[in-house]
Design a protein around this ligand. Structure first.
Ligand code: FDA
Length: 404
Protein backbone atom coordinates (compact mmCIF):
# COMPACT_ATOMS: atom_id res chain seq x y z
CA UNK A 1 0.00 0.00 0.00
CA UNK A 2 1.33 3.52 -0.73
CA UNK A 3 2.81 5.10 2.33
CA UNK A 4 3.17 8.86 1.80
CA UNK A 5 1.42 11.01 4.37
CA UNK A 6 -0.67 8.26 5.91
CA UNK A 7 -1.92 9.13 9.40
CA UNK A 8 -0.85 6.82 12.22
CA UNK A 9 -3.38 5.95 14.92
CA UNK A 10 -3.22 3.68 17.93
CA UNK A 11 -6.60 2.35 16.95
CA UNK A 12 -8.80 2.35 13.84
CA UNK A 13 -12.40 1.36 14.60
CA UNK A 14 -14.38 0.39 11.52
CA UNK A 15 -18.14 0.85 12.09
CA UNK A 16 -19.53 3.76 14.14
CA UNK A 17 -22.55 1.92 15.50
CA UNK A 18 -23.30 0.93 19.06
CA UNK A 19 -20.19 -1.18 19.71
CA UNK A 20 -17.79 0.92 17.63
CA UNK A 21 -18.68 4.22 19.31
CA UNK A 22 -18.47 2.68 22.78
CA UNK A 23 -15.05 1.18 22.03
CA UNK A 24 -13.70 4.37 20.43
CA UNK A 25 -14.91 6.51 23.35
CA UNK A 26 -13.41 4.24 26.01
CA UNK A 27 -10.07 3.91 24.21
CA UNK A 28 -9.95 7.64 23.38
CA UNK A 29 -10.58 8.59 26.99
CA UNK A 30 -7.67 6.35 28.00
CA UNK A 31 -5.43 8.53 25.85
CA UNK A 32 -5.33 6.40 22.73
CA UNK A 33 -5.32 8.14 19.35
CA UNK A 34 -8.46 6.73 17.73
CA UNK A 35 -10.01 7.08 14.29
CA UNK A 36 -13.64 5.98 13.84
CA UNK A 37 -14.67 5.13 10.29
CA UNK A 38 -18.16 4.51 8.89
CA UNK A 39 -19.44 4.36 5.33
CA UNK A 40 -22.97 5.53 6.22
CA UNK A 41 -24.15 9.11 5.71
CA UNK A 42 -26.18 9.21 8.94
CA UNK A 43 -24.64 8.20 12.22
CA UNK A 44 -25.83 5.05 14.02
CA UNK A 45 -29.00 4.49 12.06
CA UNK A 46 -29.70 1.17 13.84
CA UNK A 47 -29.72 2.88 17.21
CA UNK A 48 -32.02 5.55 15.76
CA UNK A 49 -34.67 3.10 14.50
CA UNK A 50 -34.40 0.73 17.45
CA UNK A 51 -37.13 0.17 19.98
CA UNK A 52 -39.67 2.00 17.82
CA UNK A 53 -37.51 5.16 17.99
CA UNK A 54 -36.99 4.98 21.76
CA UNK A 55 -34.08 2.45 21.78
CA UNK A 56 -34.46 -0.48 24.13
CA UNK A 57 -30.86 0.20 25.13
CA UNK A 58 -30.38 -2.57 27.67
CA UNK A 59 -32.12 -5.14 29.82
CA UNK A 60 -31.83 -4.82 33.56
CA UNK A 61 -31.47 -8.60 33.92
CA UNK A 62 -28.99 -9.22 31.08
CA UNK A 63 -26.73 -12.20 31.74
CA UNK A 64 -24.96 -14.92 29.74
CA UNK A 65 -28.12 -17.09 29.68
CA UNK A 66 -29.80 -14.51 27.42
CA UNK A 67 -27.30 -15.02 24.60
CA UNK A 68 -26.85 -17.66 21.91
CA UNK A 69 -23.40 -18.73 20.71
CA UNK A 70 -21.64 -21.95 19.80
CA UNK A 71 -19.30 -20.95 22.64
CA UNK A 72 -21.82 -19.91 25.31
CA UNK A 73 -19.30 -18.91 28.00
CA UNK A 74 -17.43 -16.44 25.81
CA UNK A 75 -19.71 -13.47 26.56
CA UNK A 76 -19.49 -13.94 30.35
CA UNK A 77 -16.34 -11.88 30.96
CA UNK A 78 -17.34 -8.79 28.96
CA UNK A 79 -20.91 -8.80 30.30
CA UNK A 80 -19.69 -8.97 33.88
CA UNK A 81 -17.23 -6.10 33.40
CA UNK A 82 -19.72 -3.69 31.75
CA UNK A 83 -23.20 -4.17 33.17
CA UNK A 84 -26.60 -2.57 32.55
CA UNK A 85 -25.92 -0.45 35.66
CA UNK A 86 -22.77 0.93 34.00
CA UNK A 87 -24.77 2.03 30.97
CA UNK A 88 -27.43 3.58 33.22
CA UNK A 89 -24.69 5.52 35.01
CA UNK A 90 -23.48 6.80 31.64
CA UNK A 91 -27.01 7.96 30.73
CA UNK A 92 -27.36 9.61 34.15
CA UNK A 93 -24.15 11.61 33.57
CA UNK A 94 -25.73 12.94 30.37
CA UNK A 95 -29.15 13.47 32.02
CA UNK A 96 -31.01 11.04 29.76
CA UNK A 97 -34.24 9.82 31.35
CA UNK A 98 -35.57 6.34 30.74
CA UNK A 99 -38.29 3.93 31.79
CA UNK A 100 -38.79 0.19 32.13
CA UNK A 101 -41.41 -1.32 29.84
CA UNK A 102 -41.66 -4.91 30.91
CA UNK A 103 -39.36 -7.78 31.78
CA UNK A 104 -36.43 -5.50 32.49
CA UNK A 105 -36.53 -3.78 29.08
CA UNK A 106 -35.27 -0.20 29.42
CA UNK A 107 -36.19 2.51 26.90
CA UNK A 108 -35.42 6.23 26.51
CA UNK A 109 -38.26 8.49 27.68
CA UNK A 110 -37.72 10.84 24.76
CA UNK A 111 -35.89 9.40 21.76
CA UNK A 112 -33.13 7.03 20.67
CA UNK A 113 -31.32 10.19 19.48
CA UNK A 114 -30.41 10.65 23.16
CA UNK A 115 -28.28 7.48 23.10
CA UNK A 116 -26.54 8.60 19.90
CA UNK A 117 -25.89 12.03 21.44
CA UNK A 118 -24.34 10.41 24.54
CA UNK A 119 -22.03 8.18 22.54
CA UNK A 120 -20.99 10.97 20.20
CA UNK A 121 -20.21 13.22 23.19
CA UNK A 122 -18.19 10.43 24.82
CA UNK A 123 -16.20 9.99 21.60
CA UNK A 124 -15.57 13.74 21.44
CA UNK A 125 -14.43 13.68 25.08
CA UNK A 126 -11.89 11.06 24.04
CA UNK A 127 -10.67 13.14 21.08
CA UNK A 128 -11.82 10.53 18.58
CA UNK A 129 -11.25 11.54 14.94
CA UNK A 130 -14.14 10.84 12.57
CA UNK A 131 -14.01 9.63 8.99
CA UNK A 132 -17.60 9.53 7.77
CA UNK A 133 -18.86 8.79 5.22
CA UNK A 134 -15.76 6.82 4.37
CA UNK A 135 -15.52 3.31 2.99
CA UNK A 136 -12.69 0.91 3.70
CA UNK A 137 -11.52 -0.89 0.59
CA UNK A 138 -8.79 -3.03 2.13
CA UNK A 139 -7.15 -3.87 5.45
CA UNK A 140 -3.62 -5.23 5.30
CA UNK A 141 -0.97 -6.10 7.82
CA UNK A 142 2.26 -4.16 7.52
CA UNK A 143 5.66 -5.79 7.63
CA UNK A 144 6.79 -3.36 10.33
CA UNK A 145 3.73 -4.16 12.48
CA UNK A 146 0.27 -2.63 12.61
CA UNK A 147 -2.21 -2.30 9.79
CA UNK A 148 -2.77 -0.18 6.70
CA UNK A 149 -6.33 0.68 5.70
CA UNK A 150 -7.05 1.80 2.15
CA UNK A 151 -10.11 4.03 2.42
CA UNK A 152 -12.06 6.47 0.29
CA UNK A 153 -10.33 9.20 2.35
CA UNK A 154 -6.84 7.87 1.67
CA UNK A 155 -4.57 5.44 3.49
CA UNK A 156 -4.75 5.25 7.29
CA UNK A 157 -2.24 3.44 9.45
CA UNK A 158 -3.09 2.05 12.86
CA UNK A 159 -1.36 -0.18 15.40
CA UNK A 160 -4.67 -1.96 16.03
CA UNK A 161 -7.90 -2.40 14.07
CA UNK A 162 -11.33 -3.03 15.59
CA UNK A 163 -14.04 -4.47 13.35
CA UNK A 164 -17.42 -3.19 14.56
CA UNK A 165 -19.39 -3.38 11.33
CA UNK A 166 -22.40 -5.18 12.82
CA UNK A 167 -24.58 -7.90 11.30
CA UNK A 168 -26.29 -8.40 7.96
CA UNK A 169 -29.86 -7.22 8.72
CA UNK A 170 -31.25 -4.12 6.99
CA UNK A 171 -28.72 -3.45 4.23
CA UNK A 172 -30.64 -0.27 3.29
CA UNK A 173 -29.14 1.48 6.31
CA UNK A 174 -25.54 0.40 5.92
CA UNK A 175 -25.31 -3.25 6.99
CA UNK A 176 -22.60 -5.16 5.13
CA UNK A 177 -20.66 -8.41 5.21
CA UNK A 178 -17.41 -6.47 5.53
CA UNK A 179 -16.62 -7.83 9.00
CA UNK A 180 -17.14 -11.44 7.97
CA UNK A 181 -14.93 -10.92 4.90
CA UNK A 182 -12.13 -9.45 7.01
CA UNK A 183 -12.43 -12.36 9.44
CA UNK A 184 -12.04 -14.86 6.60
CA UNK A 185 -9.22 -12.85 5.02
CA UNK A 186 -7.24 -13.17 8.26
CA UNK A 187 -8.01 -16.88 8.66
CA UNK A 188 -10.68 -16.67 11.38
CA UNK A 189 -13.57 -19.12 11.31
CA UNK A 190 -17.12 -17.85 10.84
CA UNK A 191 -20.20 -19.54 12.31
CA UNK A 192 -22.75 -19.64 9.49
CA UNK A 193 -24.73 -16.38 9.68
CA UNK A 194 -28.53 -16.52 9.67
CA UNK A 195 -31.36 -14.04 10.24
CA UNK A 196 -32.54 -14.06 13.87
CA UNK A 197 -35.26 -12.25 15.84
CA UNK A 198 -37.23 -12.56 12.62
CA UNK A 199 -40.83 -13.49 11.64
CA UNK A 200 -41.35 -17.08 10.47
CA UNK A 201 -43.06 -17.94 7.21
CA UNK A 202 -44.98 -21.01 6.01
CA UNK A 203 -45.76 -22.72 2.76
CA UNK A 204 -48.58 -20.66 1.18
CA UNK A 205 -50.93 -23.63 0.67
CA UNK A 206 -50.42 -24.97 4.21
CA UNK A 207 -50.92 -21.50 5.69
CA UNK A 208 -54.08 -20.66 3.71
CA UNK A 209 -56.56 -21.80 6.42
CA UNK A 210 -54.83 -19.53 8.94
CA UNK A 211 -54.71 -16.38 6.77
CA UNK A 212 -58.04 -15.11 8.22
CA UNK A 213 -56.37 -15.07 11.66
CA UNK A 214 -54.00 -12.26 10.51
CA UNK A 215 -53.93 -9.44 13.04
CA UNK A 216 -54.81 -11.58 16.07
CA UNK A 217 -52.33 -11.15 18.93
CA UNK A 218 -52.25 -13.14 22.16
CA UNK A 219 -49.87 -14.48 24.79
CA UNK A 220 -48.66 -18.01 24.06
CA UNK A 221 -46.09 -20.57 25.12
CA UNK A 222 -43.73 -21.36 22.25
CA UNK A 223 -40.96 -23.93 22.03
CA UNK A 224 -38.55 -25.55 19.63
CA UNK A 225 -35.64 -27.98 19.65
CA UNK A 226 -34.60 -30.81 21.88
CA UNK A 227 -31.97 -31.39 24.54
CA UNK A 228 -29.27 -28.71 24.64
CA UNK A 229 -30.87 -26.94 21.72
CA UNK A 230 -34.31 -26.69 23.34
CA UNK A 231 -35.77 -23.23 23.93
CA UNK A 232 -39.13 -22.04 25.26
CA UNK A 233 -40.70 -18.61 25.83
CA UNK A 234 -44.00 -17.18 27.08
CA UNK A 235 -44.55 -14.03 25.02
CA UNK A 236 -47.07 -12.40 22.66
CA UNK A 237 -47.65 -13.96 19.26
CA UNK A 238 -49.01 -12.16 16.19
CA UNK A 239 -50.69 -13.89 13.25
CA UNK A 240 -49.70 -12.33 9.90
CA UNK A 241 -50.82 -13.00 6.32
CA UNK A 242 -47.62 -14.94 5.58
CA UNK A 243 -47.05 -16.60 8.94
CA UNK A 244 -46.24 -15.74 12.52
CA UNK A 245 -44.57 -12.79 14.19
CA UNK A 246 -44.60 -10.96 17.53
CA UNK A 247 -42.08 -11.27 20.37
CA UNK A 248 -42.79 -14.98 20.93
CA UNK A 249 -41.90 -15.88 17.37
CA UNK A 250 -38.95 -13.48 17.14
CA UNK A 251 -37.48 -15.08 20.26
CA UNK A 252 -37.96 -18.65 19.07
CA UNK A 253 -36.71 -17.81 15.55
CA UNK A 254 -33.19 -17.36 16.96
CA UNK A 255 -33.22 -21.01 18.10
CA UNK A 256 -35.20 -22.49 15.21
CA UNK A 257 -33.31 -24.86 12.89
CA UNK A 258 -34.57 -25.14 9.29
CA UNK A 259 -36.84 -28.18 8.95
CA UNK A 260 -37.55 -28.40 12.68
CA UNK A 261 -41.05 -27.95 14.14
CA UNK A 262 -42.16 -25.26 16.56
CA UNK A 263 -44.82 -26.03 19.17
CA UNK A 264 -47.31 -23.40 20.33
CA UNK A 265 -49.74 -23.42 23.25
CA UNK A 266 -52.48 -20.92 22.38
CA UNK A 267 -54.01 -21.13 25.86
CA UNK A 268 -50.99 -21.15 28.20
CA UNK A 269 -51.61 -22.12 31.79
CA UNK A 270 -55.04 -23.59 31.02
CA UNK A 271 -56.30 -27.16 30.77
CA UNK A 272 -58.49 -26.56 27.74
CA UNK A 273 -59.56 -30.20 27.43
CA UNK A 274 -60.80 -30.33 31.02
CA UNK A 275 -62.63 -27.04 30.65
CA UNK A 276 -64.32 -28.04 27.38
CA UNK A 277 -65.42 -31.38 28.83
CA UNK A 278 -66.73 -29.64 31.95
CA UNK A 279 -68.70 -27.22 29.76
CA UNK A 280 -70.64 -30.15 28.25
CA UNK A 281 -72.75 -30.30 31.38
CA UNK A 282 -73.87 -26.72 30.61
CA UNK A 283 -75.84 -28.32 27.82
CA UNK A 284 -77.17 -25.84 25.33
CA UNK A 285 -74.14 -23.64 24.61
CA UNK A 286 -72.54 -23.63 21.17
CA UNK A 287 -68.93 -24.79 20.86
CA UNK A 288 -67.85 -21.42 19.40
CA UNK A 289 -69.27 -19.47 22.33
CA UNK A 290 -67.76 -21.81 24.90
CA UNK A 291 -64.31 -21.56 23.32
CA UNK A 292 -64.66 -17.76 23.05
CA UNK A 293 -64.95 -17.71 26.84
CA UNK A 294 -61.53 -19.33 27.12
CA UNK A 295 -59.44 -17.66 24.35
CA UNK A 296 -59.94 -14.37 22.42
CA UNK A 297 -63.25 -14.53 20.48
CA UNK A 298 -61.70 -13.88 17.05
CA UNK A 299 -59.17 -16.64 17.63
CA UNK A 300 -61.91 -19.04 18.75
CA UNK A 301 -64.04 -18.29 15.69
CA UNK A 302 -61.28 -18.36 13.09
CA UNK A 303 -59.53 -21.34 14.65
CA UNK A 304 -62.72 -23.43 14.56
CA UNK A 305 -63.40 -22.30 10.99
CA UNK A 306 -59.87 -23.38 10.00
CA UNK A 307 -59.64 -26.65 11.89
CA UNK A 308 -63.21 -27.80 12.67
CA UNK A 309 -65.32 -26.37 9.84
CA UNK A 310 -69.06 -26.63 10.45
CA UNK A 311 -68.77 -27.40 14.18
CA UNK A 312 -68.68 -23.87 15.52
CA UNK A 313 -72.47 -23.60 15.95
CA UNK A 314 -72.91 -27.14 17.25
CA UNK A 315 -74.07 -27.63 20.84
CA UNK A 316 -71.05 -28.64 22.88
CA UNK A 317 -73.14 -31.31 24.64
CA UNK A 318 -73.62 -33.08 21.29
CA UNK A 319 -69.90 -33.34 20.55
CA UNK A 320 -68.02 -36.52 21.49
CA UNK A 321 -65.32 -36.20 24.16
CA UNK A 322 -62.60 -37.22 21.74
CA UNK A 323 -63.48 -34.28 19.42
CA UNK A 324 -63.13 -31.83 22.30
CA UNK A 325 -59.88 -33.43 23.44
CA UNK A 326 -58.53 -33.26 19.89
CA UNK A 327 -59.55 -29.59 19.61
CA UNK A 328 -57.78 -28.79 22.91
CA UNK A 329 -54.69 -30.75 21.87
CA UNK A 330 -54.59 -28.88 18.54
CA UNK A 331 -54.67 -25.51 20.29
CA UNK A 332 -52.34 -26.32 23.16
CA UNK A 333 -49.83 -28.38 21.24
CA UNK A 334 -50.04 -26.74 17.81
CA UNK A 335 -47.06 -28.22 15.97
CA UNK A 336 -45.96 -26.69 12.71
CA UNK A 337 -42.86 -26.57 10.54
CA UNK A 338 -41.96 -23.11 9.19
CA UNK A 339 -40.77 -23.01 5.58
CA UNK A 340 -38.37 -20.17 6.35
CA UNK A 341 -38.02 -16.66 7.74
CA UNK A 342 -38.69 -13.15 6.46
CA UNK A 343 -34.90 -12.85 6.01
CA UNK A 344 -32.43 -10.06 6.67
CA UNK A 345 -34.86 -7.36 5.50
CA UNK A 346 -37.03 -7.99 8.55
CA UNK A 347 -34.56 -9.54 11.00
CA UNK A 348 -33.42 -7.51 14.02
CA UNK A 349 -30.11 -9.30 14.31
CA UNK A 350 -27.79 -11.81 12.70
CA UNK A 351 -27.17 -15.14 14.37
CA UNK A 352 -23.67 -16.60 13.94
CA UNK A 353 -20.68 -14.50 12.91
CA UNK A 354 -17.01 -14.50 13.85
CA UNK A 355 -16.34 -17.71 15.77
CA UNK A 356 -15.51 -16.70 19.34
CA UNK A 357 -13.20 -19.69 19.78
CA UNK A 358 -10.69 -17.65 17.76
CA UNK A 359 -11.06 -14.55 19.98
CA UNK A 360 -9.79 -13.59 23.43
CA UNK A 361 -12.76 -13.05 25.75
CA UNK A 362 -11.04 -10.26 27.71
CA UNK A 363 -9.88 -8.15 24.78
CA UNK A 364 -11.91 -9.38 21.76
CA UNK A 365 -8.58 -9.77 19.96
CA UNK A 366 -8.09 -12.48 17.35
CA UNK A 367 -5.83 -15.10 18.95
CA UNK A 368 -3.83 -15.62 15.77
CA UNK A 369 -3.81 -12.03 14.51
CA UNK A 370 -2.40 -9.72 17.19
CA UNK A 371 -3.92 -6.25 16.94
CA UNK A 372 -7.13 -7.29 15.16
CA UNK A 373 -10.30 -7.14 17.28
CA UNK A 374 -13.98 -7.93 16.64
CA UNK A 375 -16.86 -6.51 18.71
CA UNK A 376 -20.65 -6.24 18.63
CA UNK A 377 -23.03 -8.11 16.39
CA UNK A 378 -20.38 -9.29 13.90
CA UNK A 379 -19.28 -11.70 16.65
CA UNK A 380 -21.13 -14.99 17.21
CA UNK A 381 -22.97 -13.75 20.29
CA UNK A 382 -26.69 -13.14 19.70
CA UNK A 383 -28.99 -11.72 22.34
CA UNK A 384 -32.64 -12.32 23.00
CA UNK A 385 -35.21 -9.70 22.11
CA UNK A 386 -35.43 -7.01 24.80
CA UNK A 387 -32.28 -4.84 24.91
CA UNK A 388 -29.76 -7.67 25.15
CA UNK A 389 -28.11 -7.02 21.80
CA UNK A 390 -27.26 -3.44 22.70
CA UNK A 391 -25.94 -4.64 26.06
CA UNK A 392 -23.58 -6.96 24.17
CA UNK A 393 -22.52 -4.07 21.91
CA UNK A 394 -21.74 -1.85 24.96
CA UNK A 395 -20.02 -4.64 26.90
CA UNK A 396 -17.87 -5.99 24.05
CA UNK A 397 -17.04 -2.43 22.93
CA UNK A 398 -16.02 -1.42 26.45
CA UNK A 399 -13.97 -4.62 26.98
CA UNK A 400 -12.01 -3.92 23.81
CA UNK A 401 -11.69 -0.17 24.51
CA UNK A 402 -10.23 -0.89 27.97
CA UNK A 403 -7.74 -3.43 26.60
CA UNK A 404 -6.18 -1.63 23.66
P1 FDA B 1 -24.38 -1.55 14.25
O1 FDA B 1 -25.22 -2.12 13.17
O2 FDA B 1 -24.99 -0.75 15.30
O3 FDA B 1 -23.22 -0.67 13.60
C1 FDA B 1 -22.44 -1.12 12.53
C2 FDA B 1 -21.90 0.10 11.81
O4 FDA B 1 -20.94 -0.34 10.87
C3 FDA B 1 -22.99 0.82 11.04
O5 FDA B 1 -22.95 2.21 11.37
C4 FDA B 1 -22.61 0.60 9.57
O6 FDA B 1 -22.91 1.71 8.74
C5 FDA B 1 -21.11 0.39 9.67
N1 FDA B 1 -20.56 -0.42 8.58
C6 FDA B 1 -21.02 -1.60 8.09
N2 FDA B 1 -20.24 -2.02 7.09
C7 FDA B 1 -19.26 -1.08 6.95
C8 FDA B 1 -18.15 -0.95 6.07
N3 FDA B 1 -17.90 -1.85 5.13
N4 FDA B 1 -17.36 0.15 6.19
C9 FDA B 1 -17.63 1.10 7.12
N5 FDA B 1 -18.66 1.02 7.98
C10 FDA B 1 -19.46 -0.06 7.89
N6 FDA B 1 -31.20 -4.29 19.86
C11 FDA B 1 -31.52 -3.99 21.14
O7 FDA B 1 -30.81 -4.39 22.06
N7 FDA B 1 -32.64 -3.25 21.43
C12 FDA B 1 -33.46 -2.77 20.44
O8 FDA B 1 -34.42 -2.04 20.72
C13 FDA B 1 -33.16 -3.11 19.11
N8 FDA B 1 -33.99 -2.74 18.10
C14 FDA B 1 -33.66 -3.03 16.79
C15 FDA B 1 -34.53 -2.64 15.77
C16 FDA B 1 -34.22 -2.94 14.45
C17 FDA B 1 -35.19 -2.58 13.36
C18 FDA B 1 -33.00 -3.60 14.14
C19 FDA B 1 -32.62 -3.91 12.72
C20 FDA B 1 -32.14 -3.99 15.17
C21 FDA B 1 -32.46 -3.73 16.51
N9 FDA B 1 -31.64 -4.12 17.55
C22 FDA B 1 -31.99 -3.84 18.85
C23 FDA B 1 -30.34 -4.78 17.29
C24 FDA B 1 -29.20 -3.75 17.44
O9 FDA B 1 -29.51 -2.61 16.64
C25 FDA B 1 -27.87 -4.33 16.99
O10 FDA B 1 -27.65 -5.57 17.59
C26 FDA B 1 -26.72 -3.37 17.35
O11 FDA B 1 -26.92 -2.15 16.68
C27 FDA B 1 -25.39 -3.97 16.96
O12 FDA B 1 -24.39 -3.04 17.23
P2 FDA B 1 -23.07 -3.02 16.33
O13 FDA B 1 -22.31 -1.82 16.77
O14 FDA B 1 -22.42 -4.33 16.36
O15 FDA B 1 -23.59 -2.80 14.86
Amino acid sequence: MPGGGAAVFDLAVIGAGAAGMMCAAVAGQRGRRVVLIDHARRLAEKIRISGGGRCNFTNRDAGPANFISVNPHFCRSALSRYTPADFLALLARHRVSWHEKHRGQLFCDESSEDVIRVLRAECDAGGVEWRMPCSVEAVEREAAGGFALRTSSGVLRATRVVIATGGLPVAQIGASDFGLKIARQFGLKVVEPRPALVPLTFDAAAWKPFVPLAGIALEVDIATGEGRRAAAFREDLLFTHRGLSGPAVLQISSYWQPGAPIVIDLAPGMDLAAQLLAAKSGGRQQLGNVLAGMVPRRLAEQWLAATHPGQQAQRIADLPDHTLRQLAQGMQCWTLVPSGTEGYKKAEVMRGGVDTRGLDQQTMEARNVPGLHFIGEVVDVTGWLGGYNFQWAWASGAACGKAV
